[in-house]
Design a binder for this molecule. Structure first.
Ligand code: AMP
Ligand code: MG
Length: 422
């Protein structure tokens, strides 16, 4: 790697970490709400869940078979079976009277092991008798008995604030007696694209127009996180039109994300209107792609603060800035704990240039090398309009601010946006 400039953000630029910190500071989880378990799928816990009782609730059989006193079947084998009278049946969930010495009960998986019994002989090792049973194996104390509390102890914390509610965790909460749970509600995210040239997906294009690929990409990324998303369509580059669209959006948003209109062009409407709001700041961040960024809070319909993230319009810049800045902020609003994507180190194949004083997020494809490590290779060009290359990238390779040239054999941390190759 060739380096210059000592790793500081370039002159007049704000560091990536500083901008991210400010984005995260705006991200406040919504007030918690109680939801029925199935409605809570994908939400994040806003309470610690304590098991009020042990699991299992009582010693029960792990097999269909016969509950016995182990001493009564000592020495039983194929050659020397032991016969015991069967004094009853215990179905799953049932209780039986204490087991008298020299007797057995037929018990099903999940049946409560009677007091006095200390072992179970599986039905496969018996003749299946209903009045008298021939037992062809010994019982080992405790074997095939699922002890009360062996899964969860009474008073145990089984899930904690910040745990995501996936099917397995919802199943556990049901097992410990819950029907509903306190969670962070999904935020309503409004995604607004700006630009006179931007038209709806599928609409016929006049020369110079583009389809709203940012709106769909950013909205899908927010949906994938579990947010409730509305795409506010394409808003023209005129201040009055933008203000009207903004008022609508704020009426229905917990978080607003805009794309376009934040750079130094003559028609950059987002910046022109929001710069004077007093609560939204625009800056140049030491990042490539995605240098112009805006962030702040606006007043929602009910007087609540609505965090606003203003991303640049170039499609790759919009998607990369969503990844690096907005995604962690939305995950914070969702109540999650580890909001940053994992990174993996990869060895560079080929090489490319990186601007001095900016942290570059280079689109790369990952591959496994013969030795088992990961190799990263730049996909196509790094121009911020190249949506086709972005779509095939597995990761964003993070090139530090000081580095001006990435070379074959360098190691870079890669932010995973796709799956890690096996
Ligand atoms: P801007 O940041 O508004 O100056 O836009 C920069 C570039 O991104 C221009 O070429 C725009 O046409 C393009 N662009 C802006 N918004 C979108 C969008 N929603 N979808 C696709 N391209 C866009
Ligand atoms: Mg524009």
């Amino acid at each position: 790697m060739s380096a210059a400039g000592g790793g500081l953000p370039g002159a007049g630029l704000l560091g990536v970490d500083e901008h991210l910190r400010e984005c995260l500071a705006l991200a406040v989880p919504l007030p918690p709400a109680d939801l029925p378990l199935l409605d809570a799928l994908g939400r994040v816990l806003a309470e610690d869940v304590v098991a009020p009782a042990p699991l299992p609730g009582a010693d029960n059989s792990g097999m269909d078979g016969y509950a016995v006193r182990c001493a009564d079947v000592a020495g039983a084998s194929e050659a020397t079976p032991v016969e015991l009278p069967v004094v009853g049946d215990v179905a799953a969930g049932e209780h039986a009277a204490p087991l008298a010495p020299g007797t057995a009960v037929r018990i099903m998986t999940g049946g409560v092991v009677p007091a006095g019994a200390d072992g179970v002989v599986p039905v496969e090792q018996t003749d299946g008798g209903t009045d008298v049973v021939r037992l062809r194996a010994e019982a080992v104390p405790g074997r095939f008995v699922r002890r009360a509390g062996s899964d969860v102890a009474a008073g145990e914390v089984v899930a904690r604030v910040g745990d995501p509610l996936d099917p397995r965790r919802l199943s556990l909460l049901t097992a410990v007696g819950r029907a509903s749970v306190r969670v962070r509600p999904a935020p309503r995210v409004v995604v607004m694209s700006t630009g006179d040239e931007v038209v709806a997906p599928g609409a016929p294009l006049r020369p110079g127009q583009v389809h709203d690929s940012n709106g769909v990409g950013v909205a899908a990324a927010a949906l994938e996180l579990g947010c409730r998303v509305t795409r506010a369509g394409a808003v023209p580059d005129d201040p009055d039109g933008f203000r009207a669209a903004l008022a609508d959006a704020l009426g229905a948003a917990d978080v607003l994300v805009t794309t376009g209109g934040v750079s130094a062009g003559a028609f950059d409407v987002v910046k022109a209107v929001l710069r004077d709001s007093g609560t939204v700041r625009f800056r140049r961040v030491a990042v490539q792609p995605g240098m112009p960024q805006g962030l702040g809070v606006l007043r929602g319909a009910d007087g609540r603060d609505v965090p606003v993230f203003c991303l640049p319009g170039n499609p790759v810049s919009a998607m990369v800035s969503f990844e690096v800045f907005v995604r962690p902020a939305l995950r914070t609003v969702l109540g999650e704990r580890d909001v940053l994507r994992p990174t993996v180190p990869a060895t560079v194949r080929g090489g490319w240039a990186s601007p001095e004083g900016k942290r570059q997020y280079a689109r790369v494809r990952l591959e496994r090398s013969a030795g088992g490590g990961l190799v990263c290779e730049a996909v196509g060009g790094q121009g911020s309009h190249l949506v086709a290359d972005l779509a095939t990238a597995d990761a964003l390779a993070v090139v530090p601010e000081a580095v001006t040239a990435v070379a074959e054999g360098d190691t870079l941390e890669c932010l995973l946006v796709g799956a890690v190759p096996r």
